[in-house]
Design a protein around this ligand. Structure first.
Ligand code: 8OZ
Length: 356
């Protein structure tokens, strides 16, 4: 039987009812960093996705980079997420949180006066939102070996909190110029210890995070998102993207992951990469592959039918269409996105998009 976008399948140990993944989407609707009733409704509405990856969810207080994003490290947050996982499961859906550490993409006003952490004391020179407006990201502090050990413990703690909250697994945010990506690239990592310099050293933090999280979840329940060709958050392209990300994929292939989720091209932007480079990386991936970025219905159908990906993640289309799977299956029209209502605010532009 040929796989289609609408046939059941598996991402590692996670059984999915179709191949449509709701991509992680920052919405800034958790003013107290705790999931709200409105978030329960938002995710419940989208439970017909084969898998929901939640919005980026900080693993600790210092891991936060924007105002009003939720965390997954306190009892109150676990209780809030539990209401979301129960609502999604009651509708027959599957859901994993995206475990997020922003590294240098932050500012003291967002993290209770702390200095952001990064592999090296290099400014992102990017923008973040502190609750009043957009501010320049602050100069981070280079992480000590103790900071790294604490951060790995924070990943393990967040992974355990996710288990307690009833999730089906977790996705590690390794993309878009945040902490793990900052360790990978020679643009943002200028360390001279065992976490910097050679590609093997720069990949080490990522593998230690994966091992910390799989130590909690076991095989087939941990996915990871990467964005080799993206310059998100001004991180800069590595001087040898193919070699770096081949090493990343080799390290991931040595671990029993649920999936590898790749942003193809510029995050939320053009699908541009050097000829053949994406295919060369994708072919090396042993785990189920989740493709993402700017897919049309036709591209998604073709990508799954030809076995190039196990599933396809849609972001903005899932924001505007809570029932995206049935719309794509029937080739029904899609609601347009109201982009001004993406970040912050309430139900408007969040839970008020109509079903078919
Ligand atoms: C949009 C706004 C803020 C954060 C990412 C978590 O790019 C994000 C993000 C996206 O991965």
């Amino acid at each position: 039987m040929t796989d289609t976008l609408f046939s059941p399948g598996r991402l590692g140990a996670i059984e999915i009812s179709n191949r449509l993944v709701m991509a992680p989407l920052t919405r800034n609707r958790a003013p107290a960093r705790v999931p709200t009733d409105l978030m329960v409704e938002y995710y419940r509405q989208r439970a017909s996705a084969g898998l929901i990856v939640t919005e980026g969810t900080q693993i600790s207080p210092v891991a936060q980079g924007y105002a009003w994003t939720p965390g997954i490290y306190s009892d109150e947050q676990i209780a809030g997420w539990r209401r979301i996982t129960e609502a999604v499961h009651a509708e027959g859906g599957k859901i994993v949180p995206q475990l997020w550490h922003v590294g240098r993409v932050s500012h003291p006003t967002i993290i209770d006066g702390a200095t952001p952490l990064a592999p090296s004391a290099l400014s992102a020179a990017a923008k973040t939102f502190d609750g009043t407006g957009f501010v320049e990201t602050a100069l981070p502090r280079a992480m000590t070996e103790e900071d790294i050990a604490q951060t790995l413990a924070d990943y393990a703690h967040a992974a355990a909190c996710a288990k307690e909250a009833g999730f089906d697994g977790v996705e590690i945010h390794g993309a878009n110029g945040y902490l793990i990506d900052q360790f990978l690239r020679d643009t943002s990592n200028q360390r001279t210890d065992g976490y910097g310099g050679s590609i093997a050293n720069r990949v080490r933090f990522l593998t230690e995070v994966v091992d910390a999280v799989t130590g909690v979840w076991g095989p087939g329940r941990v996915g990871i998102r990467i964005s080799p060709f993206s310059n998100a958050n001004n991180v800069g392209l590595d001087s040898d993207t193919p070699a770096l990300f081949s090493a990343v994929i080799a390290a991931l292939n040595a671990r029993d992951l649920a999936f590898v989720h790749m942003v193809e091209g510029q995050t939320g932007g053009p699908r541009d990469w050097p000829a053949g480079a994406l295919e060369a990386l994708r072919e090396q991936i042993a785990a189920p592959y989740v493709a993402n970025n700017g897919y049309s219905r036709e591209m998604a159908l073709e990508t799954v039918a030809t076995g190039k990906a196990t599933a396809v993640a849609f972001g903005r289309a899932f924001i505007a269409n809570p029932d995206l799977p049935v719309r794509l299956e029937r080739d029904a029209p899609l609601n347009p996105l109201r982009a001004k209502l993406l970040y912050g605010g309430g139900a408007e532009g969040y839970t008020d998009y109509p079903f078919l």
